[in-house]
Design a protein. Structure first.
Length: 85
């Protein structure tokens, strides 16, 4: 078993190298997750004009935030995830 300050185990490293992703349970506290979510929401609003509470009206700004300039179809994902009014 690892402690808070220990590096990844060899099994975790193997999993990451094999799968390209590693899930680490309880890495962040609930408070840290909330703070990160709020920070992301604020950055999206300040830098790209995206209001996470109005993705239908502002989600188009995510294309500008995309590292692929929207080639990954972020606009399609946003429009599909926003419920119809």
């Amino acid at each position: 078993m690892t402690t808070e300050t220990s590096p990844l185990t060899p099994q975790q490293i193997d999993t990451y190298l094999r799968d390209g992703i590693l899930v680490v349970d309880n890495l962040l506290s609930r408070e840290e997750i909330i703070e990160a979510h709020q920070g992301l929401a604020q950055t999206l609003k300040d830098d790209y004009g995206v209001d996470v509470h109005d993705l239908e009206g502002t989600g188009h700004g995510l294309i500008e935030a995309s590292s692929t300039n929207g080639a990954g179809k972020i606009g399609v994902l946003i429009s599909a995830s926003v419920p119809s009014m």
